[in-house]
Design a binder for this molecule. Structure first.
Ligand code: NAD
Ligand code: UGA
Length: 455
């Protein structure tokens, strides 16, 4: 039986290893973490992350061939293949602060492997990393004095939160990069054979190490670029009476452009887009390519601009003052179907509204716990409300920040009746029926579309 270990039991390590265990009955999969609370949660009925379909997969495999543990040294000793899926946030200090990736967690895992390993192993970079990190990994791992040999493989993860299980079970592609040596190719094949249990071979792409590492950064940059592109055009739509959904829909019908990922919004959030683009920007600077760095940095700048522009529109509509007005925030998660709020544009909007002394009542079906943590210590009048109707009661405005399905089926007549008048609704996701809301009496402000107002 093949022994697979994953170091890092987060949003990637947890679901990815659950699906591997589910699909590979001939493998024993162990997931370890330094965070004992997180491991306890993985072993409990209340998993540490919300992800549709995850509970079922974990329940099927846990304590059969899937184990969550804090015993890192034992797990390293026993493993044949070690996936490293630790966090790689943006550096907040020292050289490259605000752009470069903080690789301290990755380096610590490499040093743990050196310390506890007793035989040769394949080490798989699952975390998103700067191109050429495998070189540093290899140097650290081969500093061992036990004459052990390690093969480094890059196998970046492309799952999106909210659809992680679907993405893992039916990926567009699995990317595996390795050294162009016979040993490297053998290691690639070892890792490919795990995925081949359920992924068709033609979807398993193999490349050299550096292409694989760079592809991950580039994939996220290209996706984020589409969102910033469409958001930049949403601003022009608002000036010209063009409709962003019509423009993006018609442009996306060109099969060369494609229809996906062209939904205008208050901006992209999530733990990775911004950090990975900034990392790309840093790398371009590091390799003496300032023009390329500047090109990609613009994607992040437009994203910041979009949430500021949204609040600016709100302020203009609401007679240039929010002071002491109650604003209901519908959604705090960075996207629907997740409780994750990392880099959520909702947070950026809330902070700007609080600066203007608005009173906030925040509602989210899954992310209120994280919202509280994110806004802990922030000055202002903030309440966290489970019931959307209560959140909107007596409010001057509703700001929709997340495209939760549950928001589409609320009784907006009831909500309107309980609100201050004139009642405003700002749809930062273009996910509600604007005509219907307007007919009820709301003044409706979508993104990149005509405002529907009663004045
Ligand atoms: P996360 O913060 O949810 O999880 C990382 C885990 O690693 C944490 O639980 C942390 O305690 C643990 N850890 C850190 N150092 C450790 C050590 N030395 N030993 C053992 N455990 C350690 O992060 P995540 O969202 O799962 O992301 C992990 C990586 O995957 C990042 O590089 C990210 O860019 C990438 N990624 C994330 C997503 C996503 O949707 N979140 C998707 C694709 C790729
Ligand atoms: C993204 C990528 O889609 C994954 O392939 C990648 O693995 C992952 O980042 C990562 O590396 O972390 P994720 O951030 O979970 O996944 O979610 P997305 O669906 O990509 O959405 C990101 C943000 O963009 C969300 O805030 C979403 O609301 C926003 N978005 C997305 C738009 O505003 N418009 C769109 O058309 C699409």
């Amino acid at each position: 039986m093949k022994n697979i270990l994953c170091i890092g039991a987060g949003y990637v390590g947890g679901p990815t290893m659950a699906v591997i265990a589910d699909r590979c009955a001939d493998c024993k999969v162990t997931v370890v973490d330094i965070n004992a609370d997180r491991i306890a949660a993985w072993n409990s009925d209340e998993l540490p992350i919300y992800e549709p379909g995850l509970d079922e997969v974990v329940k099927r495999c846990r304590n059969v061939n899937l184990f969550y543990s804090t015993d890192i040294s034992k797990a390293i000793r026993e493993a044949d293949i070690i996936f490293v899926s630790v966090n790689t946030p943006t550096k907040t200090f020292g050289a490259g602060a605000g752009r470069a990736a903080n690789l301290q967690f990755l380096e610590k895992t490499a040093r743990s492997i050196v310390e506890y390993a007793e035989n040769d192993k394949i080490v798989v970079e699952k975390s998103t990393l700067p191109v050429r990190t495998a070189q540093a990994m290899s140097r650290i791992l081969h500093s061992n004095t036990k004459n052990l040999k390690f093969q480094i493989i890059s196998n970046p993860e492309f799952l999106a939160e909210g659809t992680a299980i679907r993405d893992l079970e039916n990926p567009d592609r699995v990317l595996i990069g390795g050294m162009e040596t016979p040993e490297g190719q053998k290691a690639i094949e070892e890792v490919a054979s795990i995925y081949a249990h359920w992924v068709p071979r033609e979807r398993i792409i193999t490349t050299n190490l550096w292409s694989s590492e760079l592809t991950k950064l580039v994939s996220n940059a290209l996706l984020a670029q589409r969102v910033s592109s469409v958001n930049s055009i949403s601003a022009l739509c608002e000036k010209t009476e063009a409709n962003i959904d019509e423009v993006a829909g018609a442009a996306g019908r060109d099969s060369r452009i494609g229809s996906k990922f062209l939904k205008a919004s208050i901006g992209f959030g999530g733990s990775c887009f911004k950090k990975d683009i900034l990392n790309l920007v840093y790398l371009c600077g590091h390799y003496g390519l300032p023009e390329i760095a500047e090109y990609w940095e613009q994607v992040v700048k437009i994203n910041d601009f979009q949430s500021r522009r949204f609040v600016g529109n709100m302020l203009g509509a609401m007679f240039n003052t929010f002071a002491d007005k109650k604003i209901a925030i519908f959604g705090f998660a960075f996207k629907a179907d997740t409780g994750d709020t990392r880099e959520s544009p909702a947070c950026a909007v809330c902070l700007q509204l609080l600066e203007e002394h608005a009173r906030l009542s925040i509602h989210d079906p899954k992310a209120l716990g994280n919202a509280k943590l994110d806004l802990e210590g922030v000055e202002g009048d903030i309440s966290y409300i489970e019931d959307p109707y209560k959140a909107a009661e007596g409010a001057h405005a509703i700001a929709v920040m997340t495209d939760w399905d549950s928001f589409k089926t609320l009784d907006y007549q009831k909500i309107f009746d309980s609100m201050e008048k004139p009642a405003f609704l700002f749809d930062g996701r273009n996910c509600l029926d604007h005509e219907a809301l307007y007919k009820i009496g709301f003044n409706v402000y979508p993104i990149g579309k005509k405002h529907l107002t009663h004045f």
